[in-house]
Design a protein around this ligand. Structure first.
Ligand SMILES: Cc1cc2nc3c(=O)[nH]c(=O)nc-3n(C[C@H](O)[C@H](O)[C@H](O)COP(=O)(O)O)c2cc1C
Length: 328
């Protein structure tokens, strides 16, 4: 039987790759486009793109309260329903590519909605999945949630690439919300532009080339990463403590808000206003205090930080040994 399969010309036995897409500003679409370009340019791959849509789309740019109002359901992983998918769940893919963004320290609601959809459970069971994140810079607790969502549907996460905003953390706490609320991402008042850079996005192509080579050798079946040695992710474990505090706060306040009313209901607005003040206070106190404390305690925390870094850089890692092969 195997001999028959091996005899099929490459042009017939094309590798099937599913790419899920969702992006509000176009940033994550640009990341996905660079990543999959080498597969789409090559006749040996059948690349199916599925764009996620919600029944009621979130606006972009976001009105201020609408933005805040998205945190309880983001943190509790209870997104609104998706519009009908173009997939039935009976399709069979060799590899699934899932680019995703972080919303309130959790996978964005449309991506969560997909992973909780019955079709995802059928499509992803036992399948190798490559994820790619583009976000401001706090993605580690969201990654924990992504890993459990993927485990729930029986998918195998074989690689994860992360692009974060190259600006300083405190600057991005201003530039990212401004981008989300106005649609403007240019630099202002000496602050850098919001979002990941054009160069970071162009650099995604190296991962597409490595996926192409890996898939042509059936390496996706091995369960081992295809994107090691390409500087796929550099985790800053010092942010993890702030993220944990933020996640806890989103979870507890989210519970309160969800008890107060459904998304969009007016009963939520006073609580959201209160939370906005609380959140700003947290950002300007907890994040710098936690970073300063960690700087002071660094010698004592070295082991723990190294373990966190290794844990969040897995499976693809921050190694660079194959870069010269794929960067031209
Ligand atoms: C509602 C909302 C919450 C967000 N929360 C976070 C966050 O917690 N951490 C983070 O690094 N980025 C956060 N971002 C930024 C996104 O991860 C992402 O970079 C940005 O929305 C652009 O994605 P797009 O391609 O969908 O436009 C948030 C964005 C939105 C809209």
């Amino acid at each position: 039987m195997n001999a028959v399969i091996d005899d099929i010309p490459a042009a017939v036995a094309r590798k099937r790759v599913l790419v899920l897409r969702y992006s509000q500003s176009g940033q994550l679409d640009a990341v996905a486009d660079q990543l999959i370009a080498p597969l789409r340019e090559d006749g040996r791959f059948d690349v199916r793109i599925e764009t996620l849509r919600l029944q009621d789309e979130f606006p972009f740019p976001w009105p201020f309260f609408r933005f805040l109002d998205a945190f309880p359901e983001s943190a509790h992983l209870v997104p609104p329903p998706l519009a009908p998918l173009g997939l039935t769940g009976d399709e069979d893919f060799d590899l699934v590519i899932l680019p995703w963004q972080v919303w309130f320290l959790a996978p964005s609601q449309p991506v969560t909605a997909f992973l909780k959809h019955p079709v995802a459970a059928r499509l992803l069971r036992g399948k190798p999945v490559v994820t790619a994140i583009a976000c401001r810079n706090m993605w580690m607790t969201a990654q924990e949630k992504m890993e459990s969502l993927l485990a729930d549907v029986g998918a195998h996460l074989i690689d994860n690439v992360v692009l974060t905003d190259p600006g300083p953390t405190l600057a991005t706490f201003i530039t990212t919300p401004r981008w989300m609320w106005t649609g403007r991402r240019d630099g202002f008042w000496g602050l850098p532009p919001a979002g990941v850079s054009a160069e970071q996005i162009r650099g995604m192509r190296r991962f597409g080339l490595a996926l192409r080579d890996g898939l042509l050798q059936d390496a996706e079946r091995s369960g081992t990463p295809l994107l090691a040695g390409l500087r796929a992710v550099e985790a800053d474990p010092r942010l993890y403590i702030s993220e944990r505090a933020g996640t806890r706060s989103f979870y507890l306040w989210g519970k309160l808000l969800r008890a107060a009313g459904a998304p969009g209901s007016t009963q939520r607005i006073p609580l959201l206003a209160l939370y906005a003040v609380f959140l700003i206070a947290i950002i300007i106190t907890v994040v710098p205090v936690s970073l300063t404390l960690q700087a002071v305690l660094r010698p004592l925390m070295r082991g723990r930080l190294a373990a966190l870094k290794a844990r969040f850089e897995s499976p693809s890692g921050s190694g660079t040994e194959r870069l010269s092969q794929y960067e031209h």
